[in-house]
Ligand binder design. Structure first.
Ligand code: PNS
Length: 160
């Protein structure tokens, strides 16, 4: 069985991420969307909230599941029988860092990284931009799944 992981912070998941999950789901028998537990980075949503939203948005993808991890991604891959890391590449600017991580992950754990080219509709999209635009009252409709849109508005409202 081919198992792939789509790792990330997903704070929150965007339609660009979702596009990558859908495409990974056609390449692997099983796809794990793994949320990094990062104790040093502040986030808008808790890991549990991010996982809840992810579970809702991948509910129609039977071979995709959601998990979280702490520590090195290669250790997670070893423990869960993951053969490939699947990442989206939005633009050339993503490439340098992604290549570094792919090479380090291969060195550390002999895990391959597969890059899918992000749908051009979402090539400028990031979780950080979504949060920034939404924080200042801009519309992010169509850029994130509806469930995320609702939670984003509710969370930002609470913080005001
Ligand atoms: O969505 P992000 O924050 O860009 O995702 C980055 C992520 C989670 C893929 C990356 O930081 C990661 O894999 N972190 C786990 C720790 C690790 O394995 N570091 C070495 C990477 S070569």
């Amino acid at each position: 069985m081919r198992v792939a992981v789509c790792p990330g912070s997903f704070d929150p998941v965007t339609n660009g991420h979702l596009d990558v999950f859908r495409r990974a789901a056609t390449l692997a028998d099983r796809v794990i969307v793994a949320v990094l537990i990062n104790k040093t980075k502040s986030s808008l949503f808790s890991v549990d909230e991010r996982m809840d939203m992810l579970r809702e948005v991948v509910a129609d993808l039977p071979n995709v599941e959601v998990d979280s991890f702490y520590g090195l991604l290669v250790d997670y891959c070893k423990e869960h029988g993951v053969q490939a890391i699947v990442k989206g590449l939005r633009a050339v600017s993503d490439f340098d860092y992604e290549l570094q991580m792919a090479q380090m992950n291969y060195r550390l754990g002999k895990v391959e990284t597969l890059f899918v080219s992000t749908n051009p509709l979402y090539s400028y999209l990031s979780s950080s931009l979504v949060k920034e635009v939404a924080t200042h009252g801009g519309s992010v409709e169509g850029l994130v799944p509806d469930v995320v849109l609702e939670r984003l508005h509710a969370t930002l409202e609470q913080r005001r």
